[in-house]
Design a protein around this ligand. Structure first.
Ligand code: AMP
Length: 539
């Protein structure tokens, strides 16, 4: 027998419509590229998103079409999300930190038809134009701010002003595709994670929950995590759903700029990767400042360093929420915190526990398994491959890349190695995937190796990530030279320049007699990590 409740499809347009009706005067604040602060409301943002939908329709965009953005966090970027998603188009966020070759590859793979971009990225896109699939370009600017460009681009403000807001939103199945975000945290080419309306709505509700971020209408939330990183951790959905004021920081993310917005807008909750917090904490210390309004800092994307946890908690009285997740998990996968059963733990035990990646909220299941796929005990000590399954977890990649990614029980292998304890708290202990995470962004060790293997004089090479106090990890490259070759570190650096993004350049190059190989002939990364331990890298 079927239940007799209403059929109310979980589509994200309902989130911003709810915000406009119920929290219409709640502010959305954004820092523009020129540093000016712009203020609007959910009511206005809703109306402008609808105009944007109509403007997209005039370009012939409809259900299933991909609309790409290359933009920092702003109210206009938020309008693009709701405007595209409301009519069933798929909003594809591009990450400006990628190498231009990767940007071109991803745009082609997604076959996006429109690119809406910030003025600051025009110079990045112009030289790539002939390699991009876009039929239309829109520059996020008013008529007076429009830069000269060779993209035949439309001016964002003129474009939406010319459209009206008589547009049909929703009306499609809740499993319709809604957002597309590529992850480079896998081997091979980046892969697209295709979120659905349903997964985004459920994930937004999960994020609002008290045991997760705990967002309510009295909160002021500043998502520093970019909208091109896994849905900005769902905050562009959770905030309007909760009626929280939203503060969008744009592209200025240094300690001073972050502090100024946190203070002037009285932000109560903010979220970013550890590297951002190091910059903020340094600025606070140097200028002897406090953050009296800030209650919670969400830290994820990389492991939470103890020094950051202690500084926020002990020096500033701010609660730290440590989260683990992936682009593939929308991204919330687990949240750190002390189980009630451990409420009496001493200070050091508390810290040790808070540094764990934590427990999955309802809607996410975690398991650890051995190499044969057998489940391992939840004893807090046994390490295994971390698997995940849930209501907002990827079931396949866009275009079927990577083939079948689920095991027979429907679990996805995260590529992380972890323990799980009797309270269900997970701790990452290692990474099986061959990637390096620096300042919250992926570096492909395989790409660096493949490029350097084409350098004359190189016999074999292996790249690994080594811990770094600011960037979490930085790449180090081990190189085996041909006998008699006089290849130098400067030669290698010169060879890689221009072939990889500048921030991918290894911090250290080490020549070795022989690159250690594993049983299948592949570079033995474990052995390289041990070798890296033994040498003073001076990073
Ligand atoms: P991404 O898809 O770029 O969000 O990256 C997901 C990966 O980042 C995870 O599989 C982990 O390897 C890593 N990661 C994310 N959050 C954490 C965390 N809190 N602690 C350790 N590693 C993390």
């Amino acid at each position: 027998m079927r239940g007799l409740m209403q059929d109310w499809p979980l589509t994200v347009d309902r989130i911003i419509t709810h915000a406009a009706r119920v929290h219409g005067s709640r502010e959305v604040v954004a820092r523009r590229t020129d540093g000016m602060i712009h203020r609007t409301t959910y009511e206005a943002l809703h109306a402008r998103s609808r105009r944007l939908s109509a403007a997209l329709q005039r370009l012939g965009i409809g259900e299933g079409d991909r609309v790409a953005t290359l933009a920092w966090n702003s109210e206009r970027h938020t309008e693009c999300w709701y405007g595209a998603m409301g009519i069933g188009a798929i909003l594809h966020t591009l990450n400006p930190r990628l190498h231009p070759d990767q940007l071109a590859w991803i745009s082609q793979d997604a076959a996006s038809r429109v690119l809406i971009l910030d003025t600051s990225f025009v110079g990045l896109i112009e030289p790539l134009r002939h390699r991009l699939p876009f039929e239309h370009y829109v520059i996020i600017a008013g008529p007076s701010e429009m830069p000269a460009n060779s993209l035949d681009a439309l001016c964002y403000e003129d474009w939406i002003a010319a459209a009206d807001d008589r547009v049909e939103w929703g009306g499609f199945d809740e499993n319709t595709a809604c957002g597309l975000c590529y992850t480079s945290g896998t081997t091979g080419n980046p892969k697209g994670v295709l979120y659905s309306h349903r997964s985004n709505v459920l994930h937004a509700m999960m994020g609002m929950g008290k045991g997760v971020f705990g967002i309510g209408p009295d909160d002021v939330v500043m998502p520093i995590v970019p909208m091109f990183h896994a849905n900005a951790w769902g905050l562009a959905f959770s905030c309007p759903a909760a009626g929280a004021k939203m503060v969008m920081p744009g592209g200025q993310l240094d300690g001073q700029s972050v502090y100024e917005l946190l203070d002037s807008e009285r932000v109560t909750l903010t979220a970013a990767v550890p590297t951002i917090w190091l910059g903020l904490l340094r600025y606070l210390r140097e200028h002897k400042l406090q953050l009296p309004y800030l209650k919670k800092v969400v830290i994820g994307g990389s492991a939470l360093p103890e020094a950051i946890l202690r500084a926020f908690q002990d020096d500033y009285g701010i609660e730290v929420v440590h989260g683990w997740g992936m682009t593939e998990t929308s991204p919330i996968g687990s949240i750190g915190g002390l189980p009630t059963g451990l409420a009496d733990a001493g200070p050091d035990a508390r810290i040790a526990y808070l540094l764990k990646q934590g427990r999955p909220p309802f809607g996410v299941e975690l398991e650890i398994v051995d190499e044969a796929g057998a489940e391992l005990p939840r004893d807090g000590e046994t390490q295994g491959r971390l698997l995940v399954r849930g209501m907002a977890v990827a079931g396949a990649y866009f275009q079927g890349r990577g083939g079948d990614i689920l095991d027979e029980d429907g679990f996805f292998d995260t590529g992380d190695i972890a323990t799980i304890d009797r309270f269900g708290a997970m701790q990452i202990t290692d990474r099986a995937k061959d990637v390096i995470k620096s300042g919250g962004e992926w570096i492909s060790s395989i790409d660096i190796e493949n490029i350097v293997l084409t350098c004359p004089g190189v016999v074999n090479a292996g790249a690994i990530g080594v811990p770094h106090p600011k960037w979490d990890e930085r790449p180090v490259l081990f190189v085996e030279k041909q006998a008699g070759s006089d290849l130098s570190v400067d030669d290698l650096r010169a060879f890689l320049t221009g072939k990889i993004a500048s921030w991918w350049m290894p911090d250290a190059f080490l020549f070795v007699d022989q690159i250690p190989l594993g049983p299948t002939g592949k570079v033995n990364k474990l052995a390289l990590r041990e070798m890296a331990h033994e040498v003073e890298l001076g990073l």
